[in-house]
Write a protein that binds this ligand. Structure first.
Ligand code: GRF
Length: 219
């Protein structure tokens, strides 16, 4: 697939960027329908920036602490995305809540990964909460970003067993392995138009090789 027909993606990170790495590896495949055109971090020390640079991807640091409000910070992110002709935004360990005004400007164009089986355990400290609740399965979810926290139509999930002696740390690292598997898949489905939004739910027909006319994607 030529670069001209690929969906231009920006990945927003705040930390280690292992999910970013899984997206970089997937998008490096010649036929992948999306390319990472930009990585933005709100933290200058985020290792995700190093991963992007190693793959010759453009990076921009926008330090949220230098802005007077969440809205003005998000306006700057929006401006940078537009300037770089970004079509789709992937949040990958981006530890900032997006303002409603920003989300409204990118309807069905922001994807997030969350380390639980949503709608269970939105928010922070997810793995300890899952262990404390005694659930036997947790996992991860890739979803479109809606108005609420860790809310919006689910694209894909993976279930991971919670073991009897699990600590939050080792549960997190097993779930992270599944995250790396499902995030590229979700991006592929959205960018190729294989995913459709029907009555507020994402429906994916894996058999559908063609570009679905009913899909709102590709963008
Ligand atoms: C992942 O568990 C992700 O689901 C969560 O934050 C973690 C980020 O990890 N939102 P990484 O920066 O991608 O390694």
């Amino acid at each position: 697939m030529s670069s001209a027909t690929k969906t231009r993606v920006a990945v927003l990170v705040s930390g280690g960027g292992s999910n970013l790495q899984s997206l970089i590896e997937a998008t490096d495949t010649p036929d992948f329908p999306a390319e990472i055109a930009l990585v933005i971090s709100n933290k200058a020390e985020a290792y995700g920036l190093v991963r992007a640079k190693n793959s010759l991807i453009k990076t921009i640091v926008l330090d949220h602490s230098l802005y007077t409000s969440r809205e003005t910070f998000d306006k700057e992110i929006h401006a940078v995305l537009v300037e770089n002709q970004i079509q789709l935004v992937c949040l990958a360990g981006y530890m900032r809540i997006l303002s409603p005004a920003f989300v409204a400007k990118w309807p069905n164009r922001i994807i997030n990964i969350h380390p639980s089986l949503l709608p269970s355990f939105p928010g922070l400290n997810v793995h300890q909460r899952a262990i404390d609740a005694g659930v036997k399965f947790s996992g991860c979810t890739v979803h479109l970003v809606g108005a609420g926290l860790d809310d919006g139509p689910i694209i894909i999930q993976a279930a991971v067993p919670v073991l009897a002696n699990d600590t939050a740390k080792n549960l997190a690292s097993r779930i992270l392995e599944s995250e790396h598997r499902i995030y590229p898949k979700a991006l592929e489905w959205i960018a190729s138009g294989r995913a459709r939004l029907i009555k507020g739910q994402v429906v994916v027909n894996e058999e559908d090789e063609g570009r679905a006319s009913a899909s709102i994607w590709p963008l």
